[in-house]
Design a protein around this ligand. Structure first.
Ligand code: KDG
Length: 347
């Protein structure tokens, strides 16, 4: 009888162990993975922009693809408008493993991978397609490969787009119009130094603080792509929009490495493919929205002016010493490789 009892207790504890292993399947972030097949997981994905922005729509597309491909087992919970914090805070949450996905601009990430700063060079890309070719090519890939040592995985580049200046003082037509203008910039030394060179007074701050800073006149202006100027209603607190198109900045699709390492190869593939597929959709939408937003912004009463190519060229020349300085800092080989890739693309 004693032996039989021992046997039953043994059986029960094996059963309990089995049950508790099954119970861990839906763990937040899935840190206790069995590392095969597809587990039930909740994936928290947060961004700084609004749901109606092309980035928000891209994230919804990503969610749709992932949930479909995983038969509903991988669930993506979306958080828009910086409700989980700004770009840097969310990136830190990925590093510590308390959030799974975020899609920040590369610009504020230069404190993590300084070489991302090459994409902050003003007037680098002439078209969005040039940006695609560099970002999806060997250079973009090389920079993504620098992320894992910082507890991050980069799956793809999405589009933020060409940035334009808004302010409450006067239109920007020439370099002189930047003089003394207090401009919010991203937390990025290339942007800060470039605007200083143009004569402005740059004030770096997180994106989530920009509207209030414009409204309270803490700063005179800011710079962002048209889709953001529209989605975040900057036209309510700004009088002038000048189409400077002074820099193209990308988004980078980031996953927490701690989370990534807990996934099975099958799950990793679903996320990787979905980030690229949703990214194609997002870029397309972003380009359409850039045109549509201009038409809609015209109706808001904000005064819009074009900036001539000649004046943009003068701005580019004025900023050249800043680019030379950072080319050395980020690595001249890398920067030269990017310029020769661009030359090939342009031919
Ligand atoms: O979700 C991304 C945004 O938070 C931010 O990166 C947008 O370009 C941006 C800015 O100006 O900070």
């Amino acid at each position: 009888i004693f032996k039989a009892r021992k046997f039953i207790v043994g059986l029960l504890s094996v059963g309990l162990l089995f049950l508790s292993a099954c119970g861990s399947n839906a763990t937040q972030g899935g840190t206790k993975s069995n590392n095969h097949g597809i587990q039930e997981r909740i994936i928290k994905a947060g961004i700084g922009l609004n749901e109606d922005h092309p980035e928000g729509q891209g994230l919804l597309k990503f969610k749709e693809i992932v949930e479909k491909k995983s038969g509903g087992k991988l669930k993506v919970q979306t958080y828009f408008s910086a409700t989980l914090g700004d770009d840097l805070k969310m990136t830190e949450a990925l590093q510590s493993g308390t959030q799974e996905i975020t899609i920040p601009s590369t610009s504020p990430l230069v404190g993590i991978v300084k070489e991302f700063g090459i994409f902050d060079f003003p007037f680098l890309f002439n078209t969005a397609e040039e940006a695609d070719a560099i970002l999806d090519g060997p250079i973009g890939k090389k920079l993504l490969e620098k992320l894992p040592e910082h507890r991050l995985i980069g799956l793809a580049y999405w589009e933020n787009g060409f940035r334009n200046v808004t302010n409450s003082k006067h239109p920007i037509n020439t370099i002189d119009d930047f003089k003394g203008l207090k401009l919010r910039t991203m937390q990025n030394q290339v942007h800060i130094d470039a605007f200083k060179k143009l004569g402005a007074n740059p004030t770096p701050m997180a994106f989530s603080e920009v509207f209030t800073a414009l409204e309270s006149k803490t700063v005179d202006g800011q710079e962002n792509p048209l889709a953001t100027i529209k989605s975040n209603k900057y036209y309510e607190v700004q009088d002038y929009l000048s189409l400077t198109k002074h820099v193209y900045t990308p988004f980078v699709f980031l996953v927490s490495k701690k989370f990534w390492d807990s996934l099975s190869p099958e799950e990793q593939k679903i996320l990787q493919d979905a980030a690229v597929e949703a990214g194609k959709y997002q870029r397309e939408l972003s380009r359409q929205e850039d045109k549509k937003a201009l038409e809609e912004l015209k109706k808001t009463g904000i005064k819009i002016n074009e900036v001539s190519d000649g004046e943009r060229k003068k701005m580019e020349e004025a900023i050249k010493p800043v680019i030379d300085k950072y080319a050395k800092e980020f690595g001249e080989d890398l920067v030269n490789e990017m310029y020769s890739e661009l030359e090939k693309i342009r031919k």
